[in-house]
Ligand binder design. Structure first.
Ligand code: ADP
Ligand code: MG
Length: 344
């Protein structure tokens, strides 16, 4: 082969190899991958535009957090703290410590209506278990005497937690799913996911918009109808929407409905005239804690609390089908399902 031909062969070969390299390393078009699994005592749905490996990593993260923060799972951080009530300090994970601190902040903001030491009452009522019951007044009073968020002892340096009285117990059920949603969203973003929808038992988090660029459409459940019937639909990106209401977990006795959000002052399920509270915030832990808090506070005090906070919008539905909106939502929600009307 002549030298010139050889040089040309090398040059052309180089370009072909480079072009091939480009084609092979170009990012693959992302496909929709989703799954729904029972975890954290609820159904956990994760829909991502990404890879199967990323989806598995997301579920693994939920599992890890459940194993740390479940009240009932033997060996979890919370299980250990509750076991040691009245006795030893317990070192917990950074995740658990952060969630406890956040829960205590909302306990403070609500004057103790939201209280993560609600365990004795939760166990007494057993709502959501196979044996729910209406406890007798004496038992309620005794449980109430064990609930007080101000008594939780924290040592941030060693990440240790202690409950001073035997019988006290932490319950992060009102806030844990929100933290899990934030945590999974962070994991997905770190792995390059630009479009996803998480639904952790009514605790929704969306990353970006849909892959076609349009916003996600999230329905707000009609608290008086079957699941999937909506009062309105919100168009959102990069945010969380969390709804709390007494319509998901309850039992009926003597024609009366008893639900799972308990008022530590009365010892009974909270009756504040609200049928549901939805909170929209880029922080899902905030939205989760607030949806339960505002439900416990009722419309008037709840809206006053919301006014004080930044980056939070809300929609409240009363038992008589009136809908309250915070100012940032008024421009978005123009119509409601039949039977509902705006509160002026
Ligand atoms: P869900 O978990 O159904 O989405 P919430 O976020 O409103 O609903 O949390 C309700 C859970 O919070 C209850 O199942 C219980 O574990 C716990 N809880 C009940 N009452 C209170 C309260 N007053 N303060 C804090 N947590 C509570
Ligand atoms: Mg909540």
């Amino acid at each position: 082969m002549k030298q010139r031909t050889l040089i040309w062969t090398i040059v052309i070969g180089f370009f072909i190899a480079a072009a091939l390299g480009l084609v092979l390393t170009r990012p693959q078009p992302k496909e929709l991958i989703s799954d729904t699994r029972v975890m954290m005592d609820t159904s956990i749905e994760i829909r991502i535009f990404g890879s199967r490996r990323t989806l598995e990593a997301a579920f693994k993260r939920v599992h890890e957090l459940d194993k740390l923060m479940s009240r009932t799972l033997r060996g979890s951080d919370i299980y250990k703290v509750n076991q040691q009530a009245g006795r030893e300090w317990v070192e917990v994970s950074a995740d658990t410590f952060h969630v406890i601190e956040t829960a205590l902040r909302f306990a403070h903001l609500t004057g103790g209506l939201f209280d993560p030491t609600i365990t004795p009452l939760v166990e007494l009522w057993g709502i959501g278990t196979d044996n729910p019951q209406i406890p007798d007044p004496g038992a309620i009073e005794k449980a109430q005497g064990l609930i007080d968020y101000r008594k939780v002892e924290l040592d941030p340096k060693s990440r240790k937690v202690r409950l001073p009285q035997p019988g006290m117990g932490l319950d992060l059920g009102a806030i844990g799913k929100g933290y899990a949603a934030d945590s999974v969203a962070k994991l997905l973003r770190n792995r390059g996911v630009e479009s996803a929808l998480l639904n952790f038992g009514g605790n929704v988090y969306v990353i970006g918009g849909k892959p076609d660029g349009s916003p996600w459409r999230i329905g707000i459940q009609d608290p008086f109808s079957d699941r999937g019937t909506h009062v309105t639909v919100l168009e959102v990106r990069d945010t969380s929407i969390v709804t709390s209401g007494p319509y998901e977990r309850f039992f009926i006795r003597n024609g009366q409905r008893y639900h799972h959000i308990l008022n530590p002052e009365t010892g009974y399920p909270a009756e504040t005239g609200l049928a549901s509270v939805s909170i929209i915030s880029p922080s899902s832990i905030t939205a989760d804690a607030l949806s339960t808090s505002v439900f416990l506070l009722g419309a008037e005090k709840g809206l006053a609390l919301l006014e004080e906070l930044e980056g939070v919008e809300s929609m409240l539905i009363t038992n008589d089908r009136k809908v309250y909106l915070t100012s940032g939502l008024k421009s978005q929600v123009k119509s409601l399902a039949k039977g509902f009307e705006f509160h002026d």
